[in-house]
Design a protein around this ligand. Structure first.
Ligand SMILES: Cc1cc2nc3c(=O)[nH]c(=O)nc-3n(C[C@H](O)[C@H](O)[C@H](O)COP(=O)(O)OP(=O)(O)OC[C@H]3O[C@@H](n4cnc5c(N)ncnc54)[C@H](O)[C@@H]3O)c2cc1C
Length: 433
């Protein structure tokens, strides 16, 4: 629903402007612009709802945040550098995530999950990224993409079979991208042919997060290339059905997170492993990535906060010219600016998450959150390196790792250009007559 009148604030601003400049009446175009601008804000007024800030969490969300923060500091932090150097995830940390209930955050209790809110999952991803964005993305893909596909689209049989495993011991991954289909995801070529009670899948996937350690693969393939995107279907595949790791990528950042090329050679998948309807895989992918983006926003937000928290104490330990470097005005202005940007990214991210939870439109807000949080992550981690001088450039402190890790935020789950395209498309819809 959109407000159809000029808001009170706008009217007051216009009245004040007229009072200050009585001869310069606002032009028709200004009035039109003001009027249109108010249309872009949804009227979400509901007097029965308690008014709270976006920082207000439920008791459960608060507890979840504290628990995951302790886990990140006590269990993950000591291994971050070693895992980054080795470009390998420590299996004990993955087990720790399962043992602490962090791999089925929203999964209902009947399927062994924590049955917590979507914002809880966002807080988990954020808190993990403050310490290690690699662990964060492992948990993010597993929760916001894989578990969510099962919860929303899978048959009761598939839910009963896989959700408890995904909440307690088996890692999942989401296999959409291919060598020829990235931003244009639905140009995928992997083929699934029905043969009796099985589909036979042939093809390959690229860039698949978690695939080095995963047991459960959500694979998007076309059952009929002549139907275009309407042939795309989502399948649950277990590793031993015939998934081959063709290559593990060596990356700039998030190096402990496995990113592999996969190939499928006459892989037989039972008919009952189709998720949702045949030919509706494109819808699953679009819907899931729309909300998954809030997870990447949370990862980038946590990364920005982690970089900031790394550099700030140094500012008040390091002295030059007889003063703490954090007391120079040139430095004060920089860290104040970054703090504002981190706060703005946090509000965009939490707001998108709450909108989704409330069942309200959230796609534009999710794209804004992901776009902006990834930009803030780049600026914050770059500044953190600079603020620490030569020390920041070494591998002795985590600032350089945050700087390497941030770049992926502008690429996966829709590049920054694709986010801008989504935002622009939805804005144009609001303003076009
Ligand atoms: C580390 C990592 C992990 C990943 N994990 C997964 C995963 O788990 N599962 C999965 O399915 N995929 C995954 N991906 C793939 C990722 O989603 C894609 O890399 C991403 O969507 C971009 O696709 P691309 O790499 O083919 O780039 P391209 O689509 O080729 O884009 C290259 C450039 O062209 C621009 N561009 C493309 N189209 C347009 C357009 N229409 N308008 C304007 N600009 C455009 C892009 O913005 C970008 O700057 C991962 C990628 C990486 C690097």
């Amino acid at each position: 629903m959109f407000r159809s009148t000029i808001s009170l604030t706008t009217r007051r601003q216009l009245a004040a402007s007229i009072a200050r400049h009585p001869t310069a009446l606002p032009s028709v175009s200004l009035l039109t612009r003001s009027f249109s601008a108010t249309r872009a804000f949804r009227d979400d007024t509901d007097d029965t709802v308690a008014k709270t800030s976006l920082h207000t969490l439920t008791e459960d969300e608060q507890m979840m945040r504290e628990m995951v923060s302790r886990f990140a500091v006590d269990v993950v932090q000591p291994k971050v550098s070693e895992m980054d150097e080795a470009e390998k995830m420590d299996p004990a940390i993955i087990k720790g995530l399962f043992d602490n209930g962090l791999m089925g955050v929203e999964t209902p209790a009947e399927f062994s999950g924590a049955e917590a809110s979507f914002l809880s999952a966002i807080l988990v991803i954020e808190e993990l990224a403050r310490i290690d964005p690699s662990i964060s993305v492992l948990c993010d893909v597993h929760n916001t993409l894989v578990n969510t596909v099962f919860r929303h689209y899978a048959s009761d049989h598939l839910k009963q079979k896989y959700l408890p495993l995904l909440a307690t011991e088996k890692l999942g991954c989401f296999c959409l991208s291919e060598a020829g289909s990235g931003s244009d995801a639905f140009a995928l070529q992997t083929r699934a042919e029905l043969k009796g009670d099985h589909y036979v899948i042939n093809g390959s996937k690229m860039w698949i997060t978690n695939s080095g350690e995963a047991d459960i693969f959500l694979v998007f393939a076309t059952v009929d290339p002549s139907k275009g995107y309407k042939g795309i279907t989502c399948f649950v595949v277990e590793r031993d059905m015939g998934v081959t790791i063709a290559k593990k990528e060596k990356k700039l950042g998030i190096r402990a997170s496995s990113t592999c090329q996969l190939s499928f050679d006459d892989m037989r998948v039972p008919v009952e492993n189709v998720v949702g309807e045949v030919g509706k895989g494109y819808k699953i992918a679009i819907e899931i990535l729309n909300e998954g983006r809030i997870g990447i926003a949370a990862q980038m937000l946590g990364l920005a906060q982690g970089a900031f928290d790394t550099a700030m104490p140094y500012m008040f330990q390091r002295k030059q010219f007889g003063s703490f470097i954090g007391d120079f005005q040139a430095m004060q202005h920089q860290y104040a600016q970054i703090a504002v940007e981190i706060e703005a990214a946090r509000l965009l991210t939490y707001n998108a998450a709450r909108l989704k939870e409330e069942g309200k439109p959230f796609i534009k807000e999710a794209a804004m959150a992901k776009l902006y949080a990834s930009q803030v992550a780049e600026r914050a981690s770059s500044k953190a390196v600079e603020w620490m001088g030569g020390v920041g450039f070494t591998r002795d402190v985590p600032a350089e790792k945050f700087y390497r890790d941030c770049k992926i935020g502008a690429i996966y789950e829709g590049t920054s250009n694709i986010q801008l395209q989504t935002i622009a498309k939805l804005l144009a819809k609001d303003y076009r007559e």
